[in-house]
Design a protein around this ligand. Sequence first.
Ligand code: NAD
Length: 482
Amino acid sequence: MPGKVPITVAKGDGIGPEIMDATLHILMEAGAEIEPEFIEIGEKVYLAGNTSGIGEEAWESLRRTKVFLKGPITTPQGGGYKSLNVTTRKVLGLYANVRPCVSYHPFIPTKHPNMNVVIIRENEEDTYAGIEYQQTPDMTSALKLISRPGTEKIIRYAFEYARTYNRRKVTCMTKDNIMKMTDGLFHKIFDEIGAEYPDIEKEHWIIDIGMAKLADTPEQFDVVVMPNLYGDIASDLAAQIAGSVGLAGSANIGDHCAMFEAIHGSAPRRAGQNVANPSGLLHGAIMMLVHIGQYEVATRIHNAWLRTIEDGIYTYDIAKDRPWVGTKEFAQAVVERLGQLPQTLPPVDYTKGKDRKVAPVARVSVRPEPKRELDGVDVFLYNKTLSAEELGKKLEALAGPEFKLVMISNRGVKVYPGGYPETFTVDHWRCRFEGIKGPGTASHQDIRALLGRIEGAGLEWIKLENLYLFDGQRAYSLDQGQ
Ligand code: NAD
């Protein structure tokens, strides 16, 4: 037997210390071969003036052990505090967030007795890159980033997960009917990589109807892969309709490190009362044991937990009108059932078959460098005084000799030429210029000259977005009305 595996543990805030103590009690009693290293992160660190909520020593431990069991963290609102959860996922490259959502009918009330869905959420990109700006008094904006390598990794992970856990289907959900470039890329890569897994059924849903279907008939889904924001919403929804957000665990997987937690937060109103349900964190810890190859202990704990639920031992959140026990008493009930199997619910067995750890998927496709040509530029202006018509006439006069003004839009709707007076406008104008000599003929020098003329005419540009052709194809969206 190899020695004990060092793991980094943060008890967290609010109910965190209580549910972590309960979870570690069960792990130790079950014989987990782990050696916890405790670090302090979260509220205390934030309030001591570190806006990231995590200090150097904590990073050192994490990067050395590469396995992190984390209690929930309170992110103070406002004041420039960064979410520690988002920071940890991104700094450690934890690109896959895996959230199994299972119902335990008839023991835990649910409208969906046969639900067993695994949400696999992209964890590093999308609007969660957290790149936001206020550009004008009227306008704020966030960048939605979807990269090819990032998407290849998460999609491949979802298919590898399905194969490892004998799941029959992978569903992808995006909004690519509207966001054709970002969500469109996610969907396209799902189709490309899905073709490498002929043994697994594949389907794509537009996120709005897909989410409605997930809430209505979750038993039709198996593994679901989504960009970050949709996956965040869908996994809370799925956990709640399975029984309670207090039940589901979450694994954040990267190629070098992994972090395990409950999906819920620090529930500060419940803190210090010995009432919180430790099951979400325990399920995260079971995934951790599987990750470090301690399959037998993981199996023993999971089956003891199922038996505890079958025996009618509940914390308040799942008891509804039935009697309930406290956090410590629930944990002790699980410990007393170690070695027992559930009688009605299907038992789990992580020791059977092939390795339950999903193969690393760091590889991304190597593609020929596309031919890139600069086609033009979108110049964003702050303007409160000129109408669309006046702005259009002024910019037409400033566009030459390198560019022609193609259109002006406001909040994505074309307002010049040929706008409608009914269109509501704000102080943030996007002015599209294309190279006068035809597609792909603009240059950076031309753009600098254009900006000089715009500034000289007393207009204020606040942001630029270059327009490119990739292998001769337009690589930017047209506006509604263009
Ligand atoms: P929350 O998940 O902490 O709690 C919402 C409600 O769900 C609670 O009031 C409670 O009634 C119930 N609940 C949650 N977990 C429970 C458990 N284990 N047992 C019993 N009941 C439980 O969400 P919130 O109140 O929106 O957030 C509180 C704080 O947690 C915020 O600061 C937020 O930023 C943070 N948060 C952290 C994480 C994380 O660390 N991964 C995730 C989400 C929210």
